[in-house]
Design a protein. Sequence first.
Length: 344
Amino acid sequence: MREDLHVYDNILQLIGKTPLVKLNKITENFKGEFLAKIESFNPGHSSKDRIALYIIEQAEKNGILKPGNTIVETTSGNTGFSIAMVSIIKGYKCILAVSSKSSKDKIDMLKTMGAKVFVCPANVPAEDPRSYYQVAKRIHEETEGSVYINQYFNELNIEAHFQSTGPEIWKQTEGKITHLVACSGTGGTISGTSRFLKQQNPEIEIIGIDAFGSVLKKYHETKEFDEKEIYPYRIEGLGKNLIPGATDFDSIDRFIKVSDEDAAHTARELANTEGMFLGYTSGAAMQGLKQLNAEGAFDENSKVVVIFPDHGSRYMSKIYSNDWMNDQGFFDFQNEDKTEDIKA
Ligand code: PMP
C-alpha cells in the first residue's frame, strides 16, 4: 500500500478519511462558518462503510467470524451495501432483510454486490414476525455460524464513529468546531462522534435531526416512548419507530424535526447551489441547519460541522425524479420541470 501515491491493496483501505467541504451559497446569509463532512466519499458511498468494517473486524478479532461464515443484517440499504462490500473482500456470505420502503435501486445494488435480500413490509410493528428485525433474527437463528450485525442495538456502531468520524472532525477543524449537526437513525454516527468531540471539549453542541413520524425527539425530551409520534414518512434512514440501543441520548443536546417535503427540496438545492449531489438525509441535515440558523442558534464565531451521510445516485427514482416529487405533492411537475423534448 502506498497511501502517499493513492495506491491501495483493496477497496476497504479507502474507508473513512472523508473530506470537510465549506458550504458557500446555501449558507450565504447565515451567521458562522459551515463545513460539510461528505460521507459519500467512502467507497460504498456512505458513512455505513465505517461501521461495517469496524464491526466485522471486531468480530474477527474476537474469533466470532470465521472464513465462509454468514453475516446477517437489517438495513435500509446503505449498511447492507457496506456489509456486502466488506464481505466480498473478506470472503463472507451476506444475507440482508430490508424494508419495502427502500428504493428499487438500493435493492438491486445489494443483489449486484452478491447479497441475498429479503424485502419486508415497512409499516408493521417491530415485533411483527414480518418486520425486517424479526426476519433477520430468524435467519440468524436458523443459520449456523452466522453473525448478526444488529446495528440498531450494537454498541460497536457507536464505537466505530468514536474511533473514526469523531477524531477526523476534531483534527479537520483543528479543535475549533462549536456545533455538530447530524442525522439520527440508529444513532451510531451522532452518538459516537459526539462522545469523542465532547471528550475533547464538552462545550460543543450536538444537534440531532429527526423526522416527523419518528419517536426520537419526544423520547429525548421526556424519556417516554410515545406511540402517537409514529406515522409513515418518506425519508429513508433517519428517525425511528423504536428506541435504538445504539443511540446515546445523553450525548445529544437536542433534536429538531424536518419534514419530508422540506428535506427533499433542500437536497435538490444542495445540488444546484453547492454542486453536491447527495442523499435524502443530507437534504434533511441541511434543512435542519436552515431551521437552526433561522431560530438564531449560531453566531459569527460558530464553526458548524454537518454530516452528509450518503450519495444522490441512490435516490434517482425518488427525490431526483420530477414524477415522484409531483406524486408526493411536493411540486407541480407541469410548472417546475425545465426539460424540453425536441421532437425526432
Ligand atoms: N442517512 C442515511 C441515508 C442512513 O442510511 C442512515 C442510517 N440509518 C443515517 C442517515 C443515520 O445514521 P445513523 O444510523 O448512524 O444514525
